[in-house]
Design a protein around this ligand. Structure first.
Ligand SMILES: [Zn+2]
Length: 401
């Protein structure tokens, strides 16, 4: 792989042994659409390791053996790429970047991201906004990135909006981040300007520790994407930007509660299909409605019926993505047996007691936050959530076994 930045425009050329089909770090298959993209709203004089890392979040799935950057990187970054991926990276010759002092939040506007922001009320936001690609037709006009950017601007926080078409480098399954970490590409190029030493993401207990998404039903202390000692965590740290998960110890029930009680509650938006609010008819809206109804202890309010395609995955046998929250919802939503989730009740023995561990904070998630930001998160969790008991910790650590 050869990577060239012209200002903040990225182009890359595959080597003969690279391939246009690949897998992201979560094992999701992806296919390349085009070999260029650009990032706007960012300076063009960042440390070379930041340019290299930003590029790697975009080209990693296609790179097999080596990557050649257009400027020298540090030996530390090259070593992290080699240790993590077995990739030869160069040229080497730059001094490593020193970590800055500021923690920023990668702010999406979703409930998890808003909850992460409430843990650090002083932290500036960096918001990634999708813009069209010059050469790739946009067949997804229902995706309203403008609405999110407007909501982010109303939060009152220091806000840095970066724009990018990098999601259009993906042909399949659809435009999106080649690696989940690509959402940080713009924040990385701003890291020197913002004196960043850490970047906070809204990944919660399920994504960080319970295998979330694709690793269903498995305790994942060594999560390759989000643990500090995983390959991505080490790579970000080598560029002086630590991955920080402020809400990595709490479930989506807690992030929902924190978001809905926060000053930012009017700006929360997890669905990008509607303009005036969530569309209420997509799978994500249904899942979030289940969680919200459980948190508010009220009946499910959805127009979706069991015969709709988006309902299909809940009619099958488990495991489900976000299964811990399905169990939580089944245990707590009044009248759930008269909804499309009724069938799922057959597969579980759930009660409020058996799901109460999902209301507290898993202590190891706080321990892995870098020291300079740890106490603030610990104090927040002690005051607003409470920590898990030993029995509850055991529920996390035996998940899926
Ligand atoms: Zn929706």
């Amino acid at each position: 792989m050869r990577v060239t930045w012209t200002g903040t425009d990225l182009s890359f050329r595959l080597d003969p042994d690279d391939e246009i089909t690949g897998k992201a770090s979560d094992d999701h298959p992806v296919k390349l659409a085009t070999n260029s993209c650009s990032i706007g709203g960012v300076p063009d004089d960042a440390h070379p390791d930041l340019f290299a890392l930003a590029a790697w979040t975009i080209v990693a799935p296609w790179t097999r053996r080596r990557i050649t950057f257009d400027r020298a990187i540090s030996a530390e970054l090259a070593a992290a790429l080699h240790d993590g991926w077995g990739i030869e990276a160069g040229p080497v010759g730059a001094e490593p970047r020193e970590a800055g002092r500021t923690l920023a939040i990668s702010y999406s506007g979703g409930a998890d991201s808003v909850a992460a922001a409430t843990v650090y009320p002083q932290a500036p936001f960096v918001h990634f906004r999708r813009v069209p690609h010059r050469r790739v037709p946009n067949r997804w006009p229902h995706y309203r990135s403008d609405v999110l950017a407007k909501l982010a601007a109303k939060t009152g926080r220091e806000l840095n909006v970066v724009t990018s078409d990098l999601e259009f480098t993906l042909a399949e399954p659809r435009p999106g981040y080649p690696e989940h970490h690509a959402v940080a590409a713009g924040a990385l190029l701003m890291a020197d300007r913002l004196d960043l030493g850490g970047l906070g993401f809204g990944y919660e207990l399920g994504s960080r520790w319970l295998g979330g998404g694709r690793y269903l039903w498995r305790y994942t202390p060594d999560n390759v994407m989000w643990s500090p000692h995983g390959r991505w965590g080490r790579l970000f740290a080598s560029a002086g930007v630590h991955l920080v998960l402020p809400v990595g110890g709490v479930s989506e029930a807690v992030t929902m509660r924190l978001a809905m009680r926060s000053d930012l509650k009017d700006h929360v938006r997890w669905c990008l299909r509607g303009t005036d609010g969530p569309c209420r008819v997509c799978g994500k809206c249904l899942y979030k409605e289940l969680i919200q109804a459980a948190v508010e202890r009220r009946p499910l309010d959805t127009p979706i019926t069991a015969d709709r395609p988006v309902a299909r995955k809940w009619l099958r046998k488990p495991p489900y993505g976000g299964q811990e929250m399905i169990e939580y919802g089944l245990a707590r939503v009044p009248g759930i047996d008269k909804t499309l989730f009724a069938g799922a009740l057959d597969y579980f023995e759930v009660s409020e007691e058996s799901t109460s561990w999902l209301e507290h904070c898993y202590p190891k998630a706080i321990e892995e936050i870098p020291a300079q930001w740890r106490d603030e998160a610990a104090a927040f969790m002690a005051a607003n959530v409470g920590f898990m008991t030993e029995d509850e910790v055991r529920r996390v650590e035996t998940w899926g076994s």
